[in-house]
Design a protein around this ligand. Sequence first.
Ligand SMILES: Nc1ncnc2c1ncn2[C@@H]1O[C@H](COP(=O)(O)OP(=O)(O)OP(=O)(O)O)[C@@H](O)[C@H]1O
Ligand SMILES: [Mg+2]
Length: 317
Amino acid sequence: MNNLNLELSKLSDSRKDAPNLMGGNEPINLITPDQLNNPPQKPQLDPNVVARVQQEVALRDTLHNIKKTIVVQSGKGGVGKSTVTYNLALAFARAGLKVGILDADITGPSIPLMAGLEGQYARISNRKILPTEKDGIHIISMDLLLNQETPVIWRGPLKIAAIRQFLSDVKWPPLDILLIDLPPGTSDEPLTVAQLFENVSGTIIVTTPQKVATHDVRKSIGFATKVGMPILGIIENMSSLICPHCGKSIPVFKTGGGKELAEKLGLVFLGAIPLEPQVVIQADEGQPSILAESEFSRAFNSIAQKVAKLLQIPLNS
Ligand SMILES: Nc1ncnc2c1ncn2[C@@H]1O[C@H](COP(=O)(O)OP(=O)(O)OP(=O)(O)O)[C@@H](O)[C@H]1O
Ligand SMILES: [Mg+2]
C-alpha cells in the first residue's frame, strides 16, 4: 500500500464511528482505497444500438422532406399492387404533384421494370442513394441497387435490415407524396415499413373482385388496423374487361367484390380499374404513354382525385 492509500485507509477507519453531521444516524460512507484504485468502468455502448440510433436519425432526416406517405398493400399476390402504385404515381405526377415510389418488395421488385428503368442503377452522392427519376416519379428499389440477374434470397431478419438500411441511406427530394409498394402478405416487410414510417398518412388496399382475393385481403385490413395505419380505402383491380370490339364490359373475375367488401367493412371504395391488355405491355416494356387516353388511365385519375381529397392535397386538375 502506498502512502496515500495508507492515509486514506486510516481516515476511513477513524470516521467509521463519527456522527453524521448532516443530521442522520447513518455513518458517512467514505471512498475506500480499493474504490479509488478501481473506479467503476464507464458502461460500454453496444455498437448495434449505436448503429440503430444513427439509422433512426438518418431516416428522420430523409423523411422530413416528404409531406404524405401512402402504403399500397394486399394480403394477396398478383392482384396488381405494383400496377396500382405505379399508375397512381403517374396520375399524381400528371396532376402536378412531386411524387416518389419506394419499392419495398425486396425479393421481387417490379417498379423499375414498369417504369422502363431495367438495367439502370441509382446514383450515389455523398454516401447517399439518390432516387432515379422517370416521368416525374422519383423511384427507389432494390432493383436499382443490385445486379438484377442475381436472385435475392434473404431470410426475414436480413430483409428487415435491408429495408432499414436502404431507407435511411436514401436522400429523397422534397415530395408531396411517397407511395410505398409492399410485397404480398403481412409479414416482415409490411411490419418493418409500419415501424419505420410512424406517420403513414394512409394505406390503400388492392383486391381483385373474386372471393378468393377479397378473403385474403381482409388480413391486410386487419394488419393495417393493428399497426394503426389509417385505411384510405379499397381499389378493385381487374374489375372487368372492356371488349376492344364492341366496347361492352366483360366481368372476367366477376365484378363488384371490392365494392362489396368496402361496404361490409365500412371502408371507402376508391374505384374499380378495368383489365386493360395494354397494361401488360406497359409493365413489361415500361411505356406508360401507351395508356394515356384509356379507361384504365381515367380510372386512376379519378382515384387520385379521391385520395388527394382524403389527404387534403391540392391538385392542379
Ligand atoms: N388492370 C390490369 N389490366 C391488365 N393487366 C394487369 C392489370 N393489373 C395488373 N395487371 C398485370 O398483372 C400482373 C400482376 O400485377 P402486379 O405485378 O402489379 O401485381 P402485384 O400484386 O404487385 O404482384 P406481387 O404480389 O407479385 O407483388 C402484371 O403482369 C400486370 O401487368
Ligand atoms: Mg408487386
